[in-house]
Ligand binder design. Structure first.
Ligand code: ATP
Length: 254
């Protein structure tokens, strides 16, 4: 459903993304990994049509997203690192507003509002002003606005950042529930979260994809001592001279 072809992004002479190519299939949850500054947010901004790439092409269901950005935005939901919440609004009025600007049909707005309030467990705070909510609730409001128009593709940039362990589990449960309805791209620095929810992992290093693999294949490859995602992640950020032969073989893209 999503095809990314040779996407590069330059900021002056700096290459934030360097010929990124990958595909995502319907119903997949893909974890996007990379150190600070690897290029994850830059990629997500391009996929959500908030930025245009310097070169390359992104197709959603065969449509070039750059040429059909208004139509494409109706099919995708985006939770940026810092969700643009209007914090002086109540949860309910903000989500009504989100439904309106995302072109949810008038006769469906009420049912969609009820659906996301329920799915994101926001019913008991729906009359509260967003500014007064805990970070975990604010994040759920951010997810609710991202799914209120039933997008096919949901892109979440560090959705659990700054949450406590209980709030993290609540958000992860919510993410897992989305799997049946949509395709998901999720960026987080917490590798155990990716292990819990994703089926596939894409690792970006200095703007290039260095790993794109099904999670179970990746983690079971090193029998009889299966690796954790953390060990895999570190192996991609060590100098080749520090790596074992096995780890070097696992870095086919470099
Ligand atoms: P983090 O995990 O810290 O959010 P990231 O992987 O999302 O990092 P990006 O925000 O995509 O990384 O940034 C990739 C690189 O591009 C960084 O070196 C960043 O400084 C640079 N960059 C991003 N936006 C711009 C911009 N508008 N102008 C210049 N450089 C930029």
């Amino acid at each position: 459903m999503l095809k990314v072809e040779q996407v590069s992004q330059h900021f002056g002479s700096f290459r934030a993304l360097d010929e990124i190519s990958f595909e995502m299939n319907k119903g997949e949850i893909v974890g996007l990994l990379g150190k600070n500054g690897a290029g994850k947010t830059t990629l997500m901004r391009i996929l959500t049509t908030f930025a245009a790439p310097s070169s390359g092409l992104v197709l959603m269901n065969g449509e070039n997203i750059a040429k059909h950005s208004l139509n494409i935005r109706k099919k995708l939901g985006y939770l940026p690192e810092n969700p643009p919440l209007y914090t002086d609004m109540t949860v309910q009025s903000y989500l009504k507003f989100a439904a309106e600007i995302k072109d949810v049909a008038k006769n469906k707005q009420q049912s969609q509002l009820a659906k996301v309030l329920h799915e994101c467990d926001l019913e008991k705070v729906k009359h509260k002003t967003i500014a007064t909510l805990s970070k975990g609730y604010k994040q759920r409001v951010g997810i609710a606005q991202a799914i209120i128009h039933e997008p096919q593709l949901l892109i979440l940039d560090e959705p659990t950042s700054g949450l406590d362990p209980i709030q993290i589990q609540q958000v992860l449960t919510l993410i897992k529930q989305q799997r049946e309805q949509r395709t998901l791209l999720l960026s987080t620095h917490n590798l155990s979260e990716i292990e819990q929810v994703a089926q596939r992992v894409i690792l970006i290093k200095s703007g290039k994809i260095v790993l794109d693999k099904a999670l179970d294949t990746l983690l079971s490859a090193n029998q009889p001592s299966p690796l954790t995602l953390e060990q895999v992640f570190f192996s991609y950020h060590q100098a080749p001279s520090q790596l074992s032969d096995q780890a070097r073989e696992r870095r086919p893209h470099e």
